[in-house]
Design a binder for this molecule. Sequence first.
Ligand SMILES: [Zn+2]
Length: 220
Amino acid sequence: MQLRKELVEICHKVYANGFVSAYDGNLSVRIDNERVLITPSGKCKGEVNEEDLIEVDYRGRIIKGEGKVSTEVKIHLLPYQKRKEINAVIHCHPVYATAFASAGEGLTKPIFPEVILALGKVPLCKYATPSTDELPNSMLPYIDYAWAMLFENHGAVTFGKNIKGAYFRMEKLEHAAHTIIAARMLGREKTIPLNKLRELYNISEEVFGIKTDKRNRMDY
Ligand SMILES: [Zn+2]
């Protein structure tokens, strides 16, 4: 099945890029209104193959597959339930994005025009104990609009209309975090002037059809 093939390819990419270590992270795609395809727990993303993937229902119960469902499955189910346009979810621990998350800082300032257009505001979800309901609940304040979020002292999550879209957001998030940290070595990153930011939001609406409102506008 094409979805399995694509998901495995992205798993290997996530591991090759060092976005996870050992058995960390989990990736999923929506199959239909009843099923989600997700990586099993306890398996390195660099070694996952198509047969390892598990089908679960929207309560996280196994429909098909041999492995164990990740305790973090709820991070995936929440966005599928809340947003029809989301068909893929990636949760991992990329070093620079996670450095922001550990410093208690989201990526919410307008620094890079392309990041504003493609990624939008990346909020920081309050620290929550992994594998409990606290973690998906920490996403609730931002789930209606965000395409990427940081988990305080933990990692990152991105969403996509497909798995490639979710992956490129993760790559973009990590690249932006890395660049900001490099800029801080030179002093401090500068933000885009407010009038230029407004121009950008207009482009975003006209060209990309992405509406911005009070919730997803960058902090100024
Ligand atoms: Zn995690």
